[in-house]
Write a protein that binds this ligand. Structure first.
Ligand code: NAP
Length: 341
């Protein structure tokens, strides 16, 4: 599937609420040439991530404090996102042809970069994947940001004791499903909150969660949380924020801890102050020095402890916008990935 033209998905219009296909546009041009100290990467896979939605808004009073380096995506610019690729030409001594690399390089089939860190979204820069640890595709899943987030948030904020009660929102997503399995390995009592019976069945039957709550069909989420965690919630791993999180927070035990991992409930909304709401949130990017160790741990867990996840692969860059819209609509279980070449 090696292509002879450069294809990229660019922003056609700033989305209003849930993005529409017409907010995105495919563009084609010549494959770029790497300059001095640069390399050309051919994209293999793109990992779809909910937070990209926030980067599609124009810079305004709500988000300007989150963007010390300026706009994330203007009209006509490539959609940001995590790429797993292979170096096909290199003028940079740190990278050689054939290296499998991961970085925040956008929805495109080829990209030229010097590999330096992206100021706010990838402090590691373009990382060379140690393919002895796992299959390359795992580096945008369990050995990438989602898995590192699960491991490092549990380590720094969860500090779980045996039999503590853990509640996870967006529990069937990539970060949520990994966090739940890690908590189960620590002998915690793990409760997942999600949107459908199918996802609840996945959490309990496939992953072994102790309980799962469908927030759409439960009459009263607070009562359901109290039923599942009668002594209170010892650790709340919150992927969504919003009203759901406010309800769960009312049921914390005295020693309860909260990881504010994400605010998906707000990603399609305007009228909220991002810098205020993200203040104090866990950020995996603050722990770059621990990535190598965490990747080693996750590699062992995948091989020896049966950690698993669902992965759906969409074939073709042109499918990235519709798959992304599906992710934001709650249609995914686990990780959604676009195969580009
Ligand atoms: N802090 C960090 O360093 C860090 C790093 C990586 C990711 N994150 C965050 O971690 C969270 C999970 O990321 P992920 O990649 O694993 O994605 P994910 O959980 O798979 O995200 C998609 C899921 O979000 C839920 N969702 C969508 N719209 C929602 C809404 N309006 N209200 C509530 N839930 C909604 C849906 O699950 P349901 O069907 O269950 O509703 C959907 O399936 C995200 O907030 C992400 O930004 C944070």
């Amino acid at each position: 599937m090696t292509q002879t033209v450069h294809q990229k998905v660019v922003l056609a219009a700033h989305p209003d609420g849930l993005p529409k296909p017409s907010d995105f546009r495919m563009e084609e041009g010549p494959i770029p040439e790497p300059g001095e100290n640069e390399m050309l990467i051919r994209t293999l896979y793109i990992g779809l991530e909910p937070r990209i939605r926030l980067m599609l808004n124009p810079t305004n009073d709500e988000n300007k404090a989150m963007r010390p380096h300026g706009a994330m995506t203007d009209i006509g610019k490539v959609i940001p996102g995590t790429v797993l690729g292979v170096v096909v030409k290199s003028n940079n001594s740190k990278y050689k042809t054939g290296d499998i690399v991961e970085g925040f390089l956008g929805w495109q089939n080829y990209v030229v970069t010097d590999g330096e860190p992206h100021p706010t979204n990838n402090p590691e820069g373009v990382a060379i994947c140690d393919t002895d640890l796992a299959d390359p595709i795992e580096f945008i899943g369990p050995l990438g940001a989602p898995g590192l987030t699960a491991i490092l948030a549990l380590k720094h904020e969860g500090k779980l004791q045996q039999e503590e009660a853990v509640v996870i929102t967006s529990a069937a997503g990539m970060v949520g499903s990994l966090t739940g399995q890690l908590a189960l390995l620590l002998d915690a009592w793990v409760v997942g909150v999600t949107s459908t019976d199918k996802k609840c069945a996945y959490l309990m039957d496939e992953l072994g969660f102790d309980a799962a709550i469908n927030y759409n069909s439960t009459k009263d989420l607070g009562t359901a949380i109290k039923g599942a965690c009668p002594d209170g919630v010892d650790y709340f791993f919150d992927n969504t924020g919003g009203e759901m999180a406010d309800t769960i927070k009312k049921h914390m035990s005295k020693s309860g801890r909260i990881t504010r991992c994400g605010i998906i409930a707000n990603y399609n909304k305007t009228g909220w102050n991002q810098s205020e709401q993200f203040a104090g949130q866990f950020s995996v990017h603050n722990h770059v020095s621990e990535y190598a160790e965490a990747r080693g741990t996750m590699s062992d867990l995948l091989k020896d402890e049966g950690i698993q996840y669902e992965r759906k692969v969409f074939e073709g860059l042109d499918l990235a916008p519709s798959a992304f819209i599906g992710l934001l609509s709650g249609r995914n279980i686990g990780k959604w990935i676009v195969q580009v070449s």
